[in-house]
Design a protein around this ligand. Structure first.
Ligand code: LIP
Length: 272
């Protein structure tokens, strides 16, 4: 069996960027014309709207037409194997709760993988009209401007993003982790979109970020953008957390944040 032909990364980036911007425009239009029809998924706080579904359908229809044979994984139920070695990983609206409440901080996140490794990532914030992107080995940028993560080395000077689960019992444990970290960290931000949290680490807006229980579509594009901007992004291993915990920070901060986070997780009581 012959190996798949490596894709043209410039083509994948152009497609991902164009689809993210057009899907973002669609979400703004659907919100402006009150066509959201919000519904619940895994819990009463885990929202999905007609715009999530329309954004994913728009992106997938274009990819099926212009990238036949590529695999596709989307938050709203798409999981199609491919034959080209390329797989698209799509969060049609990351931060749906912010979107429904017209709060800032939601994004369209599109990553392209080749043979299981992200090679292109785009995270577009339609409300702020900011497009973060990266190509593996070529750096990360925000609307054409090169990105570099922060150089903050001290945990007590760091602004750290975080997230909470949709499930109450797990949020109770995550709050215990926060109690441990609160006196050690400069300050926290709970922005509500993992993809943007990771993009903000890339831009140096956040010095660090952690969250447990995310899905591949939440993190695929943002992880590439953060690493291409010089950050370290890992998944904590060997802790008592029932779900994987992603940690992103500058090289100077990552080890200290991961160490204190592991200690806090192991001191918390986990029931779910
Ligand atoms: C969200 C993430 C966020 C997390 C939420 C949710 P969604 O994704 O981006 O960081 O805290 O629980 O998973 O559900 O809005 O696409």
């Amino acid at each position: 069996m012959s190996l798949p032909t490596p894709p043209d990364l410039d083509e994948l980036l152009a497609i991902a960027r164009r689809l993210a911007l057009e899907a973002g425009a669609l979400t703004l239009d659907m919100r402006a014309t009150a066509r959201l029809q919000p519904d619940h998924k895994s819990s009463v706080s885990d929202l999905v709207t007609a715009a999530d579904r329309a954004s994913e359908a728009f992106i997938l229809d274009h990819l099926r037409e212009h990238r036949p044979g590529d695999g596709m994984l989307g938050e709203e139920g798409t999981d199609e194997p491919g034959t080209t070695g390329v797989r698209w990983v799509i969060d049609p609206i990351d931060g749906t709760s912010n979107y429904v409440h017209d709060l800032p901080g939601y994004s369209v996140s599109i990553a392209a993988e080749f043979q299981g490794q992200a090679v292109v990532g785009v995270v577009y914030d339609p409300k702020a009209n900011e497009c973060f992107s990266a190509v593996r080995g070529r750096g990360a940028e925000l609307d054409g401007i090169a990105l570099a993560c922060s150089t903050t080395a001290a945990l007590d000077e760091a602004i750290v993003g975080l997230g909470f689960s949709y499930h109450a019992d797990r949020r109770r444990s995550q709050a215990q982790v926060l109690v441990h970290l609160a006196p050690l960290v400069g300050n926290f931000r709970r922005l509500g979109s993992a993809a943007l949290d990771l993009a903000y680490v890339a831009a140096g807006r956040l010095d660090g970020y952690y969250e447990g229980g995310l899905a591949p579509w939440d993190t695929a594009a943002g992880t590439l953008i953060a690493t291409e901007a010089g950050a370290i992004v890992t998944t904590l291993e060997g802790t008592r957390s029932p779900v994987p915990v992603i940690v992103a920070a500058s090289a100077t901060l990552h080890a200290r944040l991961a160490s204190e986070l592991s200690r806090a997780i192991d001191e918390a009581i986990w029931t779910a």
